[in-house]
Design a binder for this molecule. Structure first.
Ligand code: ADP
Ligand code: ASP
Ligand code: MG
Length: 437
């Protein structure tokens, strides 16, 4: 049995948490490769190390040094090393990191140092080797992930060490410059390492006892999902269930390695098993989980006989492509087409997009709705079960919420609705109570 374990920011936030992590790793000999995040929040008022490192970069950009912000980094790591009683020369590492941030001119370099320093500490704490992610995780020149080279490098480097700690969140270009994944990316690193060493299990340790049927910050004490399929996971995490990064499934899917979500602060709990195969759902478990996210815009284009114009949707999409805007959904009717994009993507580009659409397509109307939240209701049990959407819309209606958009995926395992941002929590809770309890 071989396990790769990834520990998230909360599990790394203090010496107390790190001691729990140490106990977990030492209690099972098969936990040989460990991926760590940077220290996260100790409580609601705290700041994540990664956020402070981005702040260091901004301070350096505007003043030429990062003295003020880096003092927070310094205090946090020195405190952890002191409380753990480690002999590592943290001061020298920290001094070098500060110099690096001040000379590298790269926000990715700055942000990556949180996991780098933390992995050095954990390697010392566990008596494991330190393997730098910059040496084994590779990006192409265009910024895309180089899957094949990475897999070869990970295999080669880790075949030489029996036990190792690897920092999450970053890798490097061929010329050595550091590049990070998007936020929460240590989950991806864990999956890459699991694939590289051909692990039997990828354990992802966090601060909740598994993947829950809804966001615990919105629904009070939601039920746990015992088993989740890779496909359901992908739909839920992409749609906002932030417990696992949506791209973490790809490396392990290649070799069919299951993922086990576990709680560092309740290690006796089984957590959630995420498995490569289809999961059969009975009558009581039609809906596996509900997830969502806020701040989208809907651009609604209406034009009579749109359907008879060959290539109409493609040409509309090319307008968005021209401005580098990626599209979330595109539900359409006979004479209408809606394009759903995040407000963030649309920022400063909306006027140009609308102008181009008006001049190129001469539509009857173009309307824009802002402040839309998307909610996805997901589960294998939903396919071929008539009445599921009727129940969903009835629950929304009874909660007095207006539905602004509907998109029923062709996979039959996902219904996405758009509601006003202000109605998001209410709508999500209503769907939860209708299907789950
Ligand atoms: P880590 O730092 O360990 O990577 P994250 O903060 O990224 O942890 O993810 C865990 C958090 O995800 C939980 O504390 C919880 O607030 C949030 N979360 C959102 N949706 C869900 C869900 N469906 N199930 C469990 N946790 C969820
Ligand atoms: N530390 C990084 C972040 O805060 C990566 C991670 O925790 O997965 O996004
Ligand atoms: Mg995370």
């Amino acid at each position: 049995m071989l396990k790769v374990c990834k520990f998230g920011g909360t599990s790394m936030s203090s010496s107390i948490a790190i001691n729990k992590v140490t106990e977990i790793i030492h209690s099972d000999d098969s936990r040989r490769y460990v991926v760590v995040s940077a220290p996260g929040k100790r409580d609601n008022t705290d700041i994540k190390i990664t956020d402070t490192l981005y702040q260091c970069f901004r301070e350096m950009k505007s003043t030429g040094s990062c003295n003020e912000s880096f003092s927070l980094i310094y205090d946090r790591y020195m405190g952890i090393v002191r409380d753990l009683g480690l002999k590592i020369d943290m001061k020298t590492y920290l001094d070098n990191v500060k110099k690096g941030i001040e000379s590298s001119q790269s926000p990715d370099f700055a942000a990556s140092r949180g996991e780098y320093l933390n992995a050095l500490i954990m390697a010392e704490q566990l008596g494991y080797a330190f393997v730098d992610a910059a040496d084994v995780i590779r990006f192409n020149d265009d910024g895309t992930f180089d899957e094949d080279t990475t897999n070869d490098l990970v295999q080669e480097a880790l075949s030489k060490v029996d036990k190792a700690v690897i920092p999450g969140f970053y890798g490097s270009y061929q010329d050595g410059r550091i590049k990070t994944f998007s936020r929460g990316g240590s989950d991806i690193t864990g999956a890459i390492i699991a694939r590289g060493v051909n692990a039997d299990l990828y354990e992802n340790w966090t601060d909740v006892s598994g993947f829950l049927k809804a966001d615990p910050r919105i629904v009070n004490n939601p039920e746990r999902i015992k088993t989740l399929s890779f496909r359901e996971l992908r739909e839920l995490s992409y749609m906002g269930a932030s417990v696992l990064h949506p791209d973490a499934v790809f490396p392990v899917r290649v070799s069919g390695i299951p993922i086990n979500i576990r709680n560092t602060f309740a290690p006796q709990d089984e957590g959630t098993m995420i498995v490569p195969h289809y999961v059969e759902r009975d009558e009581k478990n039609i809906v596996t989980g509900i997830a969502g996210k806020k701040n989208f815009a809907i651009i609604l284009i209406e034009k009579s006989m749109m359907n008879s114009e060959i290539g109409f949707s493609r040409r509309v999409l090319s307008v968005f492509e021209k401005y580098g805007i990626s599209i979330e959904h595109m539900p359409s009717g006979i004479d209408t087409l809606s394009v759903v994009v995040s407000e963030e993507e649309l920022k400063n580009k909306l006027d140009n997009v609308i102008m181009d659409i008006r001049s190129q397509f001469k539509p009857n109307t173009v309307e824009v709705y802002h402040g839309i939240a998307l909610i996805a209701t997901v589960g294998h049990g939903m396919s071929r079960r008539p009445g599921t959407s009727a129940r969903l819309f009835k629950s929304i209606y009874e909660a007095d919420v207006n539905v602004r958009m509907i998109d029923q995926g062709s996979s039959e395992m996902n219904i996405i609705i758009g509601v006003e941002n202000d109605d998001y929590e209410k709508a999500l809770a209503a769907i939860y109570h209708e299907f789950i309890g």
